[in-house]
Design a protein around this ligand. Structure first.
Ligand code: ADE
Length: 235
């Protein structure tokens, strides 16, 4: 691996990642603030890192992901953020690694016709890369964070009531719901680049967004940055 793109949820998270990089530069590009630098892996290799905050929703995150791929040609894309919990065996602060990523409200018979799908064989879902999942799994074990490899559902709306929860679970079988993961994996797949989607559970999908946005998720930013830096160091 020679370059990794990291897309986070918060400025604080990218600031923590920047603190772990050598030779940091920050530029404004395509409406986003992009941080670049290098990191030394546990094996003594130097890896380039390009990191930014992705923006909310599938269109914002798709534009961000494609921009980083075009500018830095990364060998992998790591996306980290928060999600609503849909799995009664999981709790807030647990982590779901997006083994499978499914859109809500998207007709994959049509959308899935494009690479990596074809007109005859549209794809129905996207996947994080197995090797990256393995690295994240080890890093999370070492950090003592409870996690699963599961199904993540992505849609352009906040899920905050039992009816929506029931619908999302019925339609996708998801463990967690959020607004970007499938789009990151989708864009990475179009570009033949392995991706990893990491989601820390911030709520049980039962909190009104107006109340949710008052929550302090800054502790998450620290943990997420430590995790992504650890994953890169294991490469
Ligand atoms: N991100 C964090 N919590 C979420 C929720 N409940 N719905 C959608 N995206 C989220």
């Amino acid at each position: 691996m020679t370059a990794i793109a990291i897309i986070g949820a918060m400025d604080e998270e990218i600031a923590h990642i920047a603190a772990a990089l050598d030779g940091v530069t920050v530029t404004e590009e395509a409406g986003i603030k992009v941080t670049r630098g290098t990191i030394e892996t546990n094996r003594g290799a130097s890896i380039g890192v390009v990191a930014t905050v992705g923006g909310m929703g599938t269109v914002n995150i798709a534009a961000t992901t494609q921009h980083l791929i075009d500018t830095d040609r990364p060998d992998a894309v790591i996306f980290s953020g928060i999600a609503g919990n849909l799995n009664t065996n999981l709790h807030v602060n647990d982590v779901v690694l997006g083994g499978t990523l499914r859109y809500l409200d998207t007709d994959m018979r049509l959308v899935g016709q494009f690479k990596p799908g074809t007109a005859d064989h549209p794809v129905e879902e996207y996947h994080s890369d197995d090797r990256l999942i393995g690295l994240a799994d080890q890093a999370l074990d070492d950090m003592g964070i409870h996690h699963i490899v599961g199904i993540i559902a992505t849609g352009n709306y906040f899920v905050d009531d039992p009816k929506k929860v029931e619908q999302v679970i019925r339609e996708t079988g998801a463990d967690a719901v959020e607004m970007e993961g499938a789009a990151v994996a989708h864009v990475a797949a179009r570009n033949d680049i392995p991706a990893l989607v990491i989601r820390a559970l911030s709520d049980n999908a039962d909190t009104d967004y107006e109340d949710f946005k008052e929550f302090d998720i800054s502790e998450y930013a620290d943990t997420a940055a430590k995790l992504t830096v650890d994953i890169v160091k294991r490469m």
